[in-house]
Write a protein that binds this ligand. Structure first.
Ligand code: NAP
Length: 303
């Protein structure tokens, strides 16, 4: 079974290179002829791991190629997910499986709604990767990939292929709890690092604000039926702030580099969920307003 990878960015390239290295059939789907030509010029995908570079001449194609797709890793940003899937939707075989690698919440449901005849697996990843150049990826942080299907607790048989490729993973019977927890951690840390223009560790100096955000996030998770994801949230936030003290958060990096953030799928999703549940969470609301103002002042997209 061929692994089609849609989105040859940081994580998509990291998965593609490891699958190819294990001898598994992989094909990249690139957005247009220019990207395909640039990829051909590059001669393949280069994975840089522990300072060692290795190039993989993985075949690549356009969305409008004809071969049916049975397994797809969707590795674009949350705000691109629906449009990217639409570009290959007619190629998806009935019963095809998609792995949705997007951060936050909201994009996965939107994609799954568009594809009633396919199985959508949600992935929550703590691996880290970045692109020093086009079609090159640096594996920057070991981590874990949790996979799950909110509608079917049965794991697929091909998880052993991930094992074979050295992609650390675990089947999660409650993937929504994982994604909610990660979203809550993100809401407690990332927006403040943008507003204070600081590394994660410096939030230790804003402990009262972090604590009050955490208590609202706990109320939100409980109100959304995610009580398990709310347990010991504040302790976990403090642990992450400490463990990643020297890092800039992904949202901070996006803003610093003038890129669109995934705000609508993170803090924006949390605030919308609170309104749906008629929860009054003033700290979260205010945080969203401050962040939107900050993005507007820098001419960045507000969603
Ligand atoms: P990225 O490096 O920006 O890669 C996204 C890729 O998607 C780009 O290569 C882009 O193509 C491609 N793409 C977008 N729309 C497309 C379309 N319609 N057709 C074909 N390709 C399309 O993003 P990333 O860092 O891998 O992040 C992917 C997701 O994983 C995000 O939700 C992120 O938050 C999450 N995540 C990332 C990391 C990490 O360390 N990077 C860690 C955990 C979670 P172009 O190159 O042509 O623009």
């Amino acid at each position: 079974m061929t692994w089609h990878i849609l989105g040859a960015g940081s994580l998509g390239s990291l998965w593609a290179a490891r699958l190819a290295r294990a001898g598994l059939p992989v094909r990249l789907i690139l957005r247009n002829r220019q990207r395909l030509e640039a990829y051909r010029q590059a001669g393949g995908l280069t994975l840089i791991e522990a300072g060692q570079a290795q190039r993989f001449a993985i075949p690549a194609e356009l969305p409008q190629a004809h071969a049916p797709i049975h397994r797809l890793l969707l590795a674009c940003k949350a705000y691109d997910a629906q449009q990217a899937v639409a570009s290959i939707a007619r190629r998806l075989a009935p019963g095809a499986e998609l792995l949705l690698l997007q951060n936050g919440l909201g994009s996965q449901d939107a994609v799954a709604r568009d594809l009633p005849a396919q199985r959508c697996l949600f992935v929550s990843s703590t691996e880290g990767a970045f692109r020093p150049a086009d079609f090159q990826v640096v594996f920057a942080g070991q981590g874990q990939n949790w996979l799950g299907d909110p509608h079917d607790p049965q794991p697929p048989a091909w998880l052993s292929e991930l094992q074979h490729a050295g992609i650390t993973h675990q089947w999660s019977p409650d993937i929504l709890a994982r994604l909610w927890r990660k979203l809550a951690l993100n809401c407690a840390i990332n927006p403040l690092t943008v507003l204070y223009d600081c590394r994660n560790g410096e939030l230790a100096g804003h402990s009262v604000e972090v604590a009050s955000l955490c208590s609202e996030l706990v109320a939100l998770l409980q109100g959304c039926g995610q009580a398990a994801a709310a347990e010991h949230l504040h302790e976990d936030v403090l642990r992450v702030i400490h463990a990643t003290a020297a890092n800039y958060s992904s949202m901070h990096q996006d803003v610093a580099q003038g890129r669109r953030t995934e705000l609508s799928y993170l803090l924006g999703y949390a605030c919308a969920a609170a309104r749906r549940q008629q929860l009054h969470l003033p700290q979260l609301e205010q945080l969203q307003q401050r962040l939107i103002k900050h993005l507007r002042e820098r001419g960045l997209p507000l969603d």
